[in-house]
Design a binder for this molecule. Structure first.
Ligand SMILES: *Cc1c(COP(=O)(O)O)cnc(C)c1O
Length: 453
């Protein structure tokens, strides 16, 4: 299978090349040249275990990899999950289900992709014997999931920038207490957007990028999107057959990565009816899907920090299909958006997406309500998925994080402090972090000093 950039330059690359590159050289994002039709495989996949299903799905895409190697890497990737189903579907009522995506090492859905990406990287390093340095910015969960995907792996150092004081203390502990010599958590004095901006600039410094073999692990990596497609199929197979008629996946979203994976799964044959873009108060995506206006605003810190994002990097992949797979149109929309901070679509086709948004007050209310009604505790991100429901559909809400990651908010809402053994262990460990100003020169100097060559 071949992969092309949404911006159309640079020809096509293999799966392995696309994963290694992250961003395409023309600034676009990789997608399969053509999406396969997998609808004929659904019957055979119905009863597979998670890792098996993941392997069967990925082998359609990783066509330049040895199948035995791929199988081994996939199996390895889901070994550290603590629930035997990996992604269990929990029924709250006849037409309301929760897909628990928080049983991985960092208790958030990003583990599904980043455990795999870590293993893919390690395999590539082994084959090329070229060391790499992974660089990324995080508003919380990406960084810890990336670190836990790569910690202790040979030939790779990982540098993660995060906004000091603006991620939850437990998220910070997950990044800073690993004790791994190849992990460098950088507490930056600025916002997430400042951190992300610095990372983008550093990747734009082609000499630096080449010399240190900088590699991104952010949400635009092709392998992340593909790994995330798998649990939509897996969730569908766990639904009772009589509930599969009109399924709406409700996805708490920020960077549009998780929900995009579901939508791609549908384009490849998953018989879902619709996908709900569920945002918090940082609702650029809500506005886009309800008015066709895509506009950057200031990030307002919320109770669901991993969704506090104003530029949804994976939107470009949807845009590509929206404009009829025409890279020139993608370039013109993205160019105007970059220059003006906004883009107004003349006639925006939301396809099968619906949208909702939630304030912090709404998040607290929902946590209390869901607990009262179903005896089930949702984290503040997942809460955004419970805003309103279409009674004609079976709702599957994606639970993106374990509630124990946000003990203050939960305790405030229901008077009970949620816990998780993996998080309790962190409290006794030593924090190692590097405080740096939000200045590109300081960050560059740090990387030059600590990179693997
Ligand atoms: C990253 C994250 C999200 C948002 O996911 P996107 O793919 O960026 O839309 C939602 N909830 C949690 C807990 C996250 O970590």
């Amino acid at each position: 299978m071949e992969y092309v950039s949404t911006r159309g330059n640079g020809g096509s690359v293999t799966f392995t090349q696309a994963v290694a590159a992250g961003l395409a050289p023309d600034g676009g994002l990789y997608l399969p040249r053509e999406l396969p039709d997998l609808s004929g495989k659904l019957d055979a996949w119905e009863d597979l275990g998670y890792a098996e299903l993941c392997f069967e799905f990925l082998k359609e895409f990783a066509t330049d990899m040895d199948e035995a190697v791929l199988r081994r890497l996939v199996e390895e990737s889901y070994k550290r999950f603590t629930d035997e189903k990996i992604a269990p579907l929990v029924g709250l009522s006849d037409d309301l289900y929760v897909l628990e995506l928080f049983h991985g090492p960092t208790l958030a859905f990003k583990d599904f992709a980043l455990q795999l990406v870590g293993n893919l990287y390690e395999e590539q390093i082994r084959n090329s014997s070229e060391h790499i340095n992974v660089l990324g910015a995080t508003s919380g969960d990406t960084g810890s999931a990336a670190i836990h995907g790569l910690l202790g792996k040979d030939g790779v150092n990982i540098f993660i920038l995060y906004p000091d004081g603006r991620i939850s203390p437990l998220q910070e502990r997950q990044m800073t207490t690993t004790g791994a010599a190849n992990v460098f958590p950088l507490a930056v004095k600025g916002s997430f957007d400042d951190a992300q901006h610095i990372v983008k600039e550093l990747f734009g410094d082609l000499d630096l990028k080449r010399q240190y073999r900088l590699s991104a692990i952010n949400s635009i990596n092709l392998a992340r999107i593909l790994a995330q497609c798998v649990y939509y199929f897996y969730a569908y197979f766990q639904l009772p057959k009589e509930r599969r008629g009109a399924v709406e996946f409700i996805v708490p979203t920020g960077n549009f990565g998780n929900i995009l994976a579901g939508w791609l799964a549908k384009r490849m044959g998953l018989p879902a009816a619709s996908f709900r873009v569920a945002t918090n108060q940082n609702d650029i995506l809500y506005k886009l899907f309800t008015s066709g206006q895509y506009e950057v605003g200031d990030v307002v810190p919320s109770l669901a920090p991993s969704m506090d994002i104003q530029v949804a990097s994976n939107f470009e992949r949807f845009l590509y299909y929206l404009v009829g797979c025409d890279p020139q149109k993608v370039r013109s929309v993205m160019g105007e958006f970059r220059d003006n901070g906004r883009y107004q679509f003349e006639s925006f086709d939301a396809d099968v997406f619906t949208a909702s948004h939630t304030t912090d007050a709404g998040i607290r209310e929902i946590i209390a309500e869901v607990y009262k009604k179903y005896g089930y505790v949702v984290d503040p991100h997942t809460a955004c998925g419970f805003v309103e429901r279409d009674p004609a559909k079976t709702a599957v809400v994606l639970a993106t994080a374990h509630p124990a990651k946000f003990p203050e908010t939960i305790t405030e809402a229901i008077g009970i402090e949620p816990t998780a053994p993996a998080l309790e262990e962190l409290k006794a460990k030593t924090i190692v972090r590097h405080e740096l100003p939000a200045e590109i020169d300081d960050i560059r100097a740090f990387i030059e000093e600590h990179a693997q060559l």
